[in-house]
Design a protein around this ligand. Structure first.
Ligand SMILES: [Zn+2]
Length: 253
């Protein structure tokens, strides 16, 4: 897996945890392809996206799946407060909560899952961010959605789950046109030339910059920069043809 701040659990690893969030006392996990029991792209949500194996493995990570909240993710920037008892939170890409020990779940297979945590409230957010979510400012919307719960940007800790990196994320003109429209002076800093008419897009740097712009201290953003497309033995990548999904979860202590 190379040099990363993620810790592996199981052999082969069934899930990974963020060292920084764990140090703050926050139960968290990102599953790998070796964690059965997580719904795939072919399976409908709503309906519980977790089955026996995943529930057992994630219980070991300190996550109570009986209280998990999840959404129908649509590459937008809308937020919802997680239902107190868990379950389906709606058609959104951002979940927030102040409920102790109630996990938030974001499903991905190349997109970014971003966890936000203010330990003083405490308040927790989780966002699903691909290129469309980046264009729509989903991570800024996630920071904003935590405000009414009492969170402050300068107190937030953030973590970016394994997702597709600039090494593998080639995009074409329909994508760059939208990025240029949303961030005319900034987007080129997040792209390097690819094949003719294409660029390699760095959604990690883009969202780190957007977090900084939203008032989050870069020193509190953990990004292991682990690329899903580079690690087919461990992770799922939609770009690489995977039909499975990773799930990133976190819960307040
Ligand atoms: Zn890669």
């Amino acid at each position: 897996m190379g040099d990363t701040s993620l810790l592996s659990h199981g052999q082969p690893p069934a899930y990974l945890t963020f060292a920084s969030l764990t140090a703050l006392g926050l139960p968290n996990a990102t599953t790998t392809r070796h964690c059965p029991g997580v719904a795939s792209f072919d399976e409908p949500i709503p309906g519980s996206p977790f089955r026996g194996d995943a529930i057992r493995m994630l219980t070991a990570a300190g996550l109570d799946l009986a209280r998990v909240s999840y959404a129908k993710q649509v590459h937008g920037a809308e937020a919802a407060q997680a239902p107190a008892g868990g379950g389906f939170a709606g058609t959104v890409d951002i979940l927030v909560t102040v409920e102790p020990r109630a996990p938030l779940a974001i499903f991905t297979a190349d997109c970014l899952a971003i966890i936000l945590y203010d330990p003083e409230v405490p308040a927790l957010g989780a966002a699903h961010v691909g290129w469309r979510g980046t264009v729509r400012g989903a991570v800024r919307a996630a920071v904003a959605a935590l405000g009414p719960l009492g969170a402050r940007p300068e107190r937030l800790h953030a973590a970016i789950a394994p997702s597709i990196g600039p090494c593998c994320y080639e995009v074409d003109e329909p994508v760059t046109r939208e990025l240029a429209r949303a961030y005319p002076d900034r987007w080129k800093a997040w792209a390097t030339p690819g094949r003719p008419g294409r660029v390699m897009l760095d959604l990690w740097s883009a969202n780190e910059a957007l977090l900084r712009g939203a008032g989050v201290d870069p020193a509190r953003v953990e990004n292991p920069r682990l690329c899903t497309a580079c690690h087919p033995e461990l992770l799922y990548s939609y770009r690489r043809g995977s039909r499975g999904r990773l799930v990133t979860l976190a819960a307040l202590p």
